[in-house]
Write a protein of this length. Sequence first.
Length: 345
Amino acid sequence: MTTHKTTPSYILVTGANGEFGHGLIKSLHQQDSAQIVALDLHDLDAELKQYCANSYAGDILEKKLLDHIFAAYDISEVYHLAALLSTSAERAPETACEVNVMGTMALLRHSMQQARTSRRRVKFMFPSSIAVYGMPDLETKHRAGKISEDRYLTPSTMYGCNKLACEHLGIYYTYHYKQLDRHDEGMAYGVDFRCIRFPGVISAFTMPTGGTSDYAPEMIHAAAQGRAYDCFVREDARIPFITMPEAIEALLKLSGTGEASLTRRVYNIGGFSPSADQIAGLVRETFSKADTRFVPDLQRQGIVDTWPEDVDDSAARKDWGYKPNHTLESAFADYLAPNIAAAYA
């Protein structure tokens, strides 16, 4: 009797060394069927290598590298985390556009080719950001309250422009790719793009790097180390936040939802929406040596002012059962304070 071996499928994670990548790879590894291929600009951290079938150090703009990965592995799902973040993107906008937009298009193109070759859907999970929004002024921001996915999409930053462009590219590859050349099979074998617009994400285990919303985690990490911190936004600055474990859980939950249940391709998710002063107050209560001062940077404050105070995530709740786990207070008490304090003990 002849037995036929099935070719194993793999999950590709780009930007694997980042804050999100660390937690995501560990969570994916816990799924028995997950075979992970990691890609990052730098060599993968040693602790993550044990969870991966293979890892690559290189640029997502390197065509030969992507050609090799998609030829060597039957990629069934992509988690595209690699990006130049908001602050860095403002300082090098042309580079940001190359990395964030053209890198995403290259992965979408390879995913489509893989889907057509394998005659199946290739899932493409994409983390977007509240940076895609652009509130025209503070009065409008305060009055608008929770913003739905289709309002105020006029970003003022290169990062926001990049993320919004990638959302539209993902939708194009899902529904309209080479629409003039379609045959009877239509898009049955193609990209299944799914995107979450994340609020500010706070991690207890990795230091923030380059995000405009990073004033919140920077404040906490500095206090835990006994360092003074000059917060670059005003006391009344307000945007939504979520903890890193909740963000990873949400992305995996969206990935695990049947495609027929999705009414859209881009979803808001919310968490808690404190003022910077509320965060500072909890930091002072938790860390006795905290020395947090507010020294607003006009440019960075100006960017935060264009982001909504909160988002309407009713579509995510209805379509795939999203529900935040934390309030600001429980996030501090149960996740942030004990883990960050232990890290610097």
